[in-house]
Design a protein around this ligand. Structure first.
Ligand SMILES: [Zn+2]
Length: 304
């Protein structure tokens, strides 16, 4: 019988059904392999934004991919913002990830009618259309690092793959999946496999073969009870793969009244003056969690 302790890695939640990321090194350290279960994180995005199924799938893949590519942020204050702007009915999505595994995100349009590749297979690419993917990493340097690419297909995983290859010069395989049922999000997860410096031609061929060899959908594997660690094991097929570590991930918004107030203070003086003349005061809403904050005319006036 297989022993689940084989898959132990420091930082992975005791219950592997809790959302988390796990990282491993394979092929003699030439390949980094990362997998994620993001089911509850995506379910929380659906709950907050009341998204239609195809938007849940698109936003869910976007959040999952954003968490995956953020796995190498090191400092406690590092943040990453990913932005899609597109001409499909979703119009765009934004996701912010911190270095503690927290993600928050929103779509521009939350209700979009779905089309399907085949029965049960949502056509995310049609809802997204063409556009761009921008990644902004604030790692405490004077200027944040920004990279931007055209969308390849709008199916999200291919778009992240292309971004990593062209903007970060890291050849990668990215697979993402969100399974939406009548009751909500059934499974969400993904994997990212990256060639490290020193990877040989054989390593490259091997990873390409695994990726192109009809590897099952991530959500199918999750439905079958595969943890992120087991998904990596199946993908790599390397008995010497070493699980390095892991960490929990979750949906979390860090907005506050103070932050919103600071945001108002950054508006042009004329706009603040106009707002301060509304005797009712104003309500501002956080895009990421829909929380409302009320400010009185006096509070706004103090910003002048
Ligand atoms: Zn918020």
């Amino acid at each position: 019988m297989e022993n689940d302790n084989t898959y132990f890695a420091p930082g992975v939640p005791a219950d592997p059904k809790e959302d988390h990321i796990i990282r491993a090194m394979a092929l003699k350290g030439h390949v980094k392999a990362v997998a994620i279960n993001s089911t509850k994180t995506v379910a929380e995005a659906l709950r907050i934004h009341n998204t239609s199924p195809v938007v849940t799938a698109a936003l869910g893949r976007f959040i999952t991919g954003s968490l995956l590519i953020a796995e190498n942020m090191k400092n406690p204050t590092d943040t990453q913002t990913t932005i899609i702007r597109c001409d499909g009915p979703i119009k765009g999505m934004t996701c912010v990830v911190d270095s503690h595994g927290h993600a928050k995100a929103y779509p521009i349009e939350n209700q979009v009618e779905a089309t399907y590749h085949r029965p049960g297979k949502l056509n995310v690419g049609a809802a997204v259309g063409s556009g761009s993917l921008t990644v902004i990493r604030d790692i405490g340097l004077k200027e944040p690092y920004t990279g931007s690419v055209e969308l390849v297909s709008g199916e999200i995983a291919e778009d992240f793959t292309y971004y990593l290859a062209s903007s970060e010069q890291t050849p990668s395989v990215v697979a993402l999946g969100v399974q939406v049922g009548p009751e909500g999000v059934l499974n969400a997860g993904g994997l990212m496999v990256q060639l490290m410096p020193g990877a040989t031609e054989e390593d490259i061929d091997y990873v390409e073969q695994r990726a192109n060899g009809g590897f099952p959908d991530i959500t199918f594997l999750m439905e079958e009870g595969f943890t992120p660690a087991k998904i990596l094991d199946l993908f790599m097929g390397d008995p010497d793969m070493a699980y390095m570590d892991g960490y929990p991930v979750s949906y979390k918004c860090n907005c506050s009244r103070d932050r919103m107030y600071a945001g108002l203070a950054a508006l042009p003086k004329d706009d603040i003056k106009a707002l301060s003349e509304d005797t009712q005061g104003i309500d501002t809403e956080c895009h990421f969690c829909d929380h409302r904050y009320h400010f009185t005319p006096e509070e706004i006036g103090q910003l002048l």
